[in-house]
Ligand binder design. Sequence first.
Ligand SMILES: [Zn+2]
Ligand SMILES: [Zn+2]
Length: 161
Amino acid sequence: MYSPLTIIELGYEDLVEKARAIALAGGRRHLHTTVPGCLITGSARRAIVLEATDEGAVYAFFDDRPIEERAKPLAILLHGADSVPDEADELLPACAAVNRMADRMRLGKGHFHIMNPVCLVNPHRGRWTVLFEDAELGVLESVSDERPLADIRLVERLIYA
Ligand SMILES: [Zn+2]
Ligand SMILES: [Zn+2]
C-alpha cells in the first residue's frame, strides 16, 4: 500500500515546465513535497513530486535543501493562488484527528500529506486522506468523502509557514 511511486526525475526548471504544460492542457495534476525517508519517494533526499493523473506519470525534483519555497510557485501554477493560504484567511476549525496531527507537527514529530481521491499514494482511493507520518506513532490518517477544506487549510498553513 505504501510502496514508493515510480518517479521520473527532472531538474527544477524542467519540472516547472512540465507543470506549466499540464496546467495549460487542463490535465488533472497535484503536488506533494516530501522529506527524507518519506513513504512517497522512499528517498533520503527531499523532493517536489508532481502527479500527472491523466498521464499516469509521476515526476519529481530531488534536492537536499528545504524545498517548500520552491514548491510554492508550482502550487500556484497547478492549483491557483488559493492553494497557498493567506495569513489573513480565517480558519474554520479542523477535525480532532487533524488537530492532533498538527500538534505533533508543531512538536517536530512528523510531516503531513493531503491525498485527493485520485492520488496514487492514497491508501483510501476514491476518498480524501489527510495523512501524517509520525516519527514515533507511525502513520496517522483522517479519511473523508468530502474535500476536508478546514483540515486542508490548516495543513497548508503549517507546510508553508
Ligand atoms: Zn511523507
Ligand atoms: Zn498524490
